[in-house]
Structure formats: C-alpha cells, structure tokens
Design a protein around this ligand. Sequence first.
Ligand code: 5GP
Ligand code: ZN
Length: 114
Amino acid sequence: MSDCIFCKIINKEIPSEIIYEDDKVIAFKDVNPQSPIHVLVIPKEHIESANDIDDVNSNLISHIFLTIKDLAKELGIDREGYRIVNNCGEFGGQTVSHMHFHILGGRKFSWPPG
Ligand code: 5GP
Ligand code: ZN
C-alpha cells in the first residue's frame, strides 16, 4: 500500500526506531509513547485490521505473539507484566489502517480502559 505510513516504515521510506525485524514482522518504537516502553509489532504484509485475519494469514498472528513474548523478555518487562493492545476500526480507536499490536510496559495499567 503506497500511502500506508506503516508500509513506508517497513520499506524504510520513513525513519523509525526498529528494535526487531525478520521476514514476516517488524517491531519499532511508537513515536508518541503512552508508557515508558511502547513498541508496535506489525506484519510486513499489509493487513488492514483484525477484521482481515483469515485462514491464509492467521499464522502471522501466532508469529506476532511469539515475537511479543520474546521482545517483552528482551525489554525486561516480562516478569512485571505489560499490556498487548490491538485497536480495530473506528470505535476501537484504530488510527493507522495497517494492523498492529501495541506492547505497553514500564508502568501499571488499570482495567477497564475507559
Ligand atoms: P492506533 O491508534 O491505530 O492503535 O495506533 C497507531 C499508533 O501509531 C499510535 O500510537 C501512533 O503514535 C503511532 N504512529 C503513528 N504514526 C507513526 C509514525 O510515523 N512512526 C511511529 N513510530 N509511530 C507512529
Ligand atoms: Zn501498510
């Protein structure tokens, strides 16, 4: 998707602080962090939202969660805990239409989110 900001990050057309990358996913620091640690994990394939997960691409979801688990350990937040967030669509608060998972750590969160 040529006009997708996250595809541009994947293609290194715009800079970002990438902390992990492989053939399927990329993880980078959120430009507007909501916690001391705020990382976005995204598939390299342009999938618009969680609504677009299907039998063909769903293997990416397990890969993303395995990546999140490894990154949480590397970032030193695995034991104290952290939040994984996926916002889907307008009411879910999704502002970038390339599916992404937030890793939020380094502070305690409350529930419900409001
Ligand atoms: P959403 O609200 O769609 O769940 O989350 C989008 C996230 O992407 C936001 O937290 C926002 O700060 C982040 N973001 C938007 N544009 C950029 C960018 O150009 N670079 C980086 N690193 N993060 C971005
Ligand atoms: Zn994209």
